[in-house]
Design a binder for this molecule. Structure first.
Ligand code: MN
Length: 244
């Protein structure tokens, strides 16, 4: 199996190399990742200028995989990775330093990179861990990465799955995406030149429901949510079509 590993935190992120090393248990691993952090860039693609890629040397510790450092978005990295290393069977994105739960799936560059692979007809999965000011213990998480990959590879292909791991997992659960309403918060400030700036934040209006991704990780479980690309609201479409 030929596996592309990418992320949105950039090629120097320890999560990327932890995922590449876990993936190497299942096949031949190739890496194409952004040269700088691209978190929260979603499924952006570069069209206004050409994308450059540079062969990337091995990290000081751990095995070497053929790797490119890409001046582009996570989705660019997957498109380019397929061109440089293809054909591929699987795209793995992460391990992101920061959860991608519930509404975060919408703007996540990590999930978008997996989505990009799925759009090319490949199986794909995104992996994330919470960022609580604590450096994740990737050697402790390795058995859970391996176990999760084993589980995913039993699925009918192609699949698209969003995986979130707590820092110290106690089990594995299939989940659905948490959907809850938020209250937007804008906190204004002033820079040293007296110019205004704004921080965007948000507060959830409800607790996460049982069975959701956010609930599972809060309970200490690895959460795996199968995703689909068709966002059509069937419940609205069918009556609308019947009225025509
Ligand atoms: Mn990120």
């Amino acid at each position: 199996m030929r596996i592309l590993v990418t992320n949105d935190d950039g090629i120097f992120s320890p999560g990327l190399w932890a995922l590449a090393e876990a993936a190497a248990q299942f096949g031949e691993v190739f890496v194409a990742a952004p040269d700088t952090e691209q978190s929260a860039t979603g499924h952006a693609i570069t069209i206004a200028h050409p994308v450059r890629a540079y062969p990337h040397p091995a990290p000081l510790h751990g095995p070497h995989f053929p790797a490119y450092r890409v001046r582009g978005t996570p989705a660019d990295c997957v498109a380019l990775g397929l061109y440089l290393f293809g054909p591929l069977d699987l795209v793995l994105s992460g391990v992101n330093l920061g959860s991608n739960l519930g509404h975060e799936i919408w703007h996540s560059g990590t999930v978008a990179a997996a989505k990009q692979g799925y759009l090319f007809g490949l199986s794909a999965a995104a992996f994330s861990v919470p960022l609580n000011g604590e450096v994740p213990d990737f050697s402790g998480l390795r058995p859970w990465l391996l176990r999760t990959l084993e589980t995913l590879l039993l699925l009918e292909r192609p699949f698209l799955v969003n995986v979130n791991l707590p820092l110290r997992p106690k089990g594995f659960l299939w989940t659905r995406q948490s959907v809850r309403a938020y209250e937007g918060v804008v906190i204004p400030g002033e820079d040293p030149m007296g110019r205004p700036f704004y921080w965007f934040a948000s507060r959830p209006l409800k607790e996460a429901e049982e069975g959701t991704d956010r609930w599972a990780v809060a309970q200490g479980f690895v959460s795996a949510t199968p995703l689909r690309l068709d966002l059509t609201d069937e419940a609205r479409l069918q009556p609308a079509l019947a009225h025509d």
